[in-house]
Ligand binder design. Structure first.
Ligand SMILES: C[S@@+](CC[C@H](N)C(=O)[O-])C[C@H]1O[C@@H](n2cnc3c(N)ncnc32)[C@H](O)[C@@H]1O
Length: 187
């Protein structure tokens, strides 16, 4: 995978300058009380994590430890853990799990597995909030898998373990090229 190499991580951090998930965090705030606990999966350089942390009590995570090492240099006291979003190899239990353009690296079956694993790490009525690229194809770029989704399919997949609350298109690189979905754990 692209992020496995340190030089690619450094390249990605430069490329991602100018992008962040503040608009997504604003939507999340409509569904999650202030000071709730939030785990971010695939925090990358941690831009979204710092925005989330303005409103919530956050834990950062990524599958690749190098991202955590870089973030730790400036934020030594931040709660962080190496977590694979597929396996959810953590003991943290939180009110919400957030990711921004991470789950698209899973196949559709893996996404279902990840979501049911995430449900085990949520408090009662906990929520997940994840973004995806919109489309109906998959591709491999630089040895990295990308699965695109249409809104109806995401709603169907999330409905296995969650009750979808909202799904909205938004624009990242091109008009309406992305989907953000928030769903509540079924009790
Ligand atoms: C587009 S970046 C996320 C950017 C981040 N939201 C930010 O604020 O900069 C995607 C991230 O997903 C991580 N990732 C990919 N597969 C993962 C997995 N299975 N588990 C956890 N993180 C993963 C990558 O290491 C990378 O940091």
């Amino acid at each position: 995978m692209f992020y496995e190499k340190k030089e690619n991580i450094d390249k990605y951090i430069k490329l991602a300058q100018g992008y962040d998930g503040r608009a997504l965090v604003e939507i999340l705030r409509q569904f999650l009380p202030e000071a709730s606990s939030v785990l971010e999966l695939g925090m990358g350089p941690g831009k979204d994590l710092l925005i989330l942390n303005e409103f919530f009590d956050c834990v950062g995570s990524d599958r690749f430890p190098y991202f955590l090492e870089i973030f730790k240099e400036k934020h030594p006291n931040f709660k962080m853990e190496v977590i694979d979003a597929l396996e959810m190899n953590t003991t943290f239990v939180v009110d919400a799990i957030f990711s921004n353009k991470v789950m698209h690296h899973f196949s559709k079956e893996e996404l279902k597995t990840s979501l049911s694993n995430q449900a085990q790490h949520l408090t009662k009525n906990g929520i997940v909030a994840h973004s995806f690229w919109k489309g109906d194809k998959n591709e491999v770029i630089e040895k990295t898998f990308f699965q695109y989704y249409l809104e109806e399919e995401l709603v169907e997949i999330f409905s296995h373990a969650f009750e979808p609350q909202v799904h909205a298109l938004y624009s990242e690189m091109d008009r309406d090229d992305s989907i953000f979905i928030i769903a509540r754990k079924k009790n």
